[in-house]
Write a protein that binds this ligand. Structure first.
Ligand SMILES: *Cc1c(COP(=O)(O)O)cnc(C)c1O
Length: 401
């Protein structure tokens, strides 16, 4: 692959809305798909499911809910979330700052990338009113102070690393976060220059075990004790899981909340205001991706989207599985009672563009059938590339019936 990125190669990165009235679709996915007969991968979004997930956090989580924009920066997703009551957004790049500021002008923005460019910090602070910035090193603290010309109203968040979490799909602590004693020093250094001081962590994405949050709270308690300073907010991060096929049944969301609050109580930290930064849990269930079978070789289905498109997580690194449903071209019922395991191959010429699944589908699938891949709202649209010019996807929105 060439390293030279031309503006052209970015042109199709984000899925376009199809040229059909949004909010115009109701009813069965299969009927809508047959009616549209999509040649390109098609995202179907149910905004009310985003609103429902948002309500769950807003009513059950005892603190501020901050949406992690990177998980799905779709315009309708962000606006739906804001309307549902999520008023704060975790942004990680100046592009995300500009996007959310435009879509939700009154939203509170948290600039949560630990290593930012000075230009991004300055623009976020001066142009977009961002006051909250994360850091995990002394250099970044100096950078933030310089780029904001020693601003007196900074809200500083120290990101701490956590021990490895085997109950998460991807662990972030190898890349981000200060080790406990460094985090304590950073809190000390930030306290005099911060109008609001926070400590934050991330247990890793798709974390299926509430106990991981309990362990994280313990480490946070050690950091606080070592720092001898008081903080104004504890950010327990994202990582809240959603149900995918093949995984153990998940504990209910309330278990995660209860584990966090009882761990805080045990550490005598229950008076510290809380926030969380969910991504996946707010959007995953709200989107399906409809792909078309272009060829079949035994149980290997060549489909029109893959790991360079919307199915990165189904590839070799994460090997996620999804619930799938076949939609035949002319409405002939495929033998739903007779499901067999399939693998998928993506459309690009790269042999790593393969998805092991297994994805359970009827045995009599043929080229021309579509497949609805469910729970694709998280890290799918956001990760699309245009490799081999297969990047384009469309999106429609389903209205509540
Ligand atoms: C990605 C990310 C999140 C969201 O994680 P999910 O697993 O999608 O909930 C939250 N906070 C930070 C700092 C992140 O990088």
């Amino acid at each position: 692959m060439s390293n030279i990125i031309t503006p052209q190669s970015f042109a199709n990165r984000t899925p376009r809305q199809v040229a059909l009235p949004p909010h115009a679709y109701t009813g069965e996915v299969s009927d809508v798909v047959r009616q549209l007969a999509p040649v390109n991968p098609l995202y179907i979004m149910w905004p009310e499911r985003i609103a429902e997930a948002a309500k769950q956090f807003l009513t059950q989580f005892p603190g501020e809910t901050v949406y992690a924009t990177k998980c799905n920066p779709d315009k309708i997703a962000i606006q739906t979330m804001y309307r549902a009551g999520v008023r704060a957004f975790d942004v990680a790049s100046i592009g995300e700052v500009r996007l959310v500021r435009k879509l939700a002008p009154k939203a509170k923005l948290y600039f949560m990338h630990t290593i930012k460019s000075p230009e991004a910090i300055a623009e976020a602070y001066k142009v977009h009113g961002v006051r909250a910035f994360v850091l995990d090193s002394m250099d970044e603290l100096y950078k933030i102070m310089r780029a904001t010309e020693l601003a007196q109203d900074l809200e500083l968040f120290v990101r701490m690393a956590l021990p490895k979490n085997s109950k998460a799909q991807i662990d972030f602590s190898t890349k981000f976060g200060a080790l406990p004693y460094d985090a304590a020093d950073l809190l000390k250094a930030c306290r005099p220059v911060a109008s609001r001081l926070g400590l934050c962590l991330h247990v890793g994405t798709q974390c299926t075990d509430p106990a991981a949050y309990k362990r994280a709270v313990k480490v946070a308690a050690q950091v606080l004790k070592a720092s001898k300073v008081s903080i104004d907010v504890l950010d327990v991060g994202g990582g809240f899981p959603v149900e995918y096929p093949g995984s153990q049944p998940l504990p209910p969301f309330q278990d995660f909340v209860d584990t966090i609050t009882s761990a805080l109580k045990a550490q005598k930290m229950d008076t510290i205001p809380l926030m969380c930064e969910p991504g996946r849990a707010l959007v995953a269930n709200a989107v399906s991706l409809v792909v078309r079978v272009e060829g079949r070789k035994g149980n290997l289905l060549h489909i029109n989207d893959g790991t360079y498109g919307g199915l990165f997580d189904a590839g070799a690194q994460v090997r996620a599985r999804y619930a799938t449903k076949v939609i035949s071209r002319n409405g002939t019922a495929r033998r739903e009672q007779d499901l067999v395991p399939y693998r998928f191959a993506g459309p690009t010429c790269d042999s790593i563009d393969m998805m092991k699944g297994p994805f359970m589908l009827p045995s009599d699938i043929v080229a021309g059938d579509w497949i609805e891949i469910q729970t694709m709202g998280a890290y799918s649209q956001a990760l699309r590339s245009n490799f081999n010019d297969f990047g384009h996807a469309d999106q429609i929105v389903m209205k509540k019936i």
